[in-house]
Design a protein around this ligand. Structure first.
Ligand code: UTP
Length: 407
């Protein structure tokens, strides 16, 4: 894009400040910045001013399988699910493109060492969990790992350096998600360097579109994959390709399944499974109003209690049509390192910016049907979001030890 054209577009959108250091840039810097400016989705950026308008439909609780019902039908579910794994119909998809800003480390989250007496990396623990299924079912599960531009090289190098933690390399595939620019709280584009916008991964909602772009949907089809089990990198107790969950979802005839834990308290920062205008969906913790979050039934149990653990099953045949729809854009306030007016990079102490993200939870709504499937919190939910306190390295270590993992 020519300088004049760029100036015009930026001026129309009140973003001319991103050219402030243009004269100082070398050719490579100018090319990079111009390319980033050319790729800006202006429609997306304009949403920052519409945040308050986001309207939701009629929210009602959703029915799901609880622990008791699952225990009663365990054998039936297991038999169905383990056959599917054995027949190579299931793939696992690890979402590892996030920045993990709350953890406060620049490295990919999965490279974080949670060991105490010996190294134990998050990626390693997840591979161990997957190997449990391989052992139980007698077949490898292909693992697709989503990274972002910011952490792809480091993630891949880490896996190679550790010989894929013993998992066969032919069963592991990496693919990258897209990036989106961040803005300050007034909607002004933030810069991470004089020649670069502050770009960040565009949320986990684009995983299937990115998988497709990487040519890996074709690979999955070639292998006869019928189910994708998508999960977060940060839950070290994550049970992926879980035959019982898989069997229950297959038996239900529904297009998706979602593992949930009963919310521990109303303010817990987990998305909640519910019905919205009759369709299954997930409401993010920051979108659930206080009255609903605190609502209890006659037995005193929270009504909106199905906290999602970011472990979903998607039937492969519905994913192409979902990827063609435009998912809603969520605007998350985050701490975004950026240049100050003097061109110096600063690490903010409080939220200073907005990131635009599409979320996997909205794919559940697009799919139109979902089986909520309860799991025991103490056995399957140890998310590492923060370094200390709630959902942290500390809490995850306690839970891992309770589950017999040597740290
Ligand atoms: P989170 O919502 O916890 O975001 O991601 P995050 O980026 O990891 O962490 P914070 O909020 O900055 O501290 C939930 C899951 O979705 C993945 C993450 O890697 C994690 O597994 N994710 C998130 C992506 O793969 N891409 C994204 O753009 C965002």
């Amino acid at each position: 894009m020519q300088y004049g054209e760029m100036q015009k577009i930026l001026s129309e959108h009140g973003q001319l400040h991103v050219l402030k250091w243009w004269d100082e840039l070398d050719e490579a810097g100018r090319t990079q910045l111009a390319k980033q400016i050319g790729q800006i989705d202006w429609e997306l950026l304009s949403l920052v001013h519409k945040e308050a308008e986001a309207d939701r439909g009629e929210i009602l609780p959703i029915d799901g399988l609880d622990l008791g019902e699952i225990a009663e039908r365990r054998e039936e579910f297991f038999s169905l699910g383990s056959s599917a794994v054995r027949e190579g119909k299931v793939a696992a998809v690890m979402l590892a493109g996030g920045q993990g800003t709350r953890l406060g480390s620049d490295a990919p989250k999965g490279t974080f060492d949670i060991g105490l007496t010996k190294p134990l990396y998050i990626f390693e623990q997840l591979i161990r969990n997957l190997e449990d299924v391989v052992r139980t079912c007698g077949a490898y599960v292909p693992l697709f790992i989503m990274t972002s531009e910011a952490n792809d090289a480091e993630t891949q190098a880490f896996f190679r350096e550790h010989a894929f933690f013993g998992y066969p390399e032919r069963e592991i595939f990496f693919f990258r998600q897209e990036m989106a620019p961040a803005v300050d709280l007034n909607g002004k584009l933030l810069m991470s360097a004089k020649d670069s916008l502050a770009l960040s991964p565009n949320g986990n909602g684009g995983w299937y579109a990115s998988l497709m772009r990487a040519g890996l949907v074709a690979e999955a089809e070639k292998r006869g994959i019928e189910w994708f089990n998508v999960f977060a990198v940060d839950n070290v107790l994550q049970r992926m390709a879980d035959p019982v969950f898989l069997g229950a979802t297959i038996a239900s005839g529904l297009a998706t399944g979602a593992k949930y834990v009963r919310k521990a308290y109303p303010e817990e920062r987990v998305g909640v499974l519910c019905l919205e205008d009759g369709l299954p969906g997930v409401i993010e913790y920051y979108e659930l109003d206080r009255k609903m979050a605190e609502l209890r039934d006659q037995a005193g149990r929270l009504v909106y209690a199905y906290g999602v653990t970011l472990n979903y099953l998607f039937r492969a045949d519905i994913l192409r049509s979902i990827a063609e729809k435009r998912l809603p854009v969520h605007i998350a306030k985050k701490k975004v390192p950026c240049l100050n007016a003097d061109g110096v990079l600063v690490e903010p102490e409080t939220e200073n910016g907005c990131k635009f993200e599409t979320l996997i939870l909205d794919m559940i709504r697009c799919a139109g049907s979902c089986l909520p499937f309860e799991v025991e919190r103490e056995r399957e939910f140890a998310p590492i979001k923060n370094r200390t306190g709630t959902d942290s390295v500390d809490t995850a270590r306690v839970l891992l030890e309770k589950n017999g993992v040597k740290l």
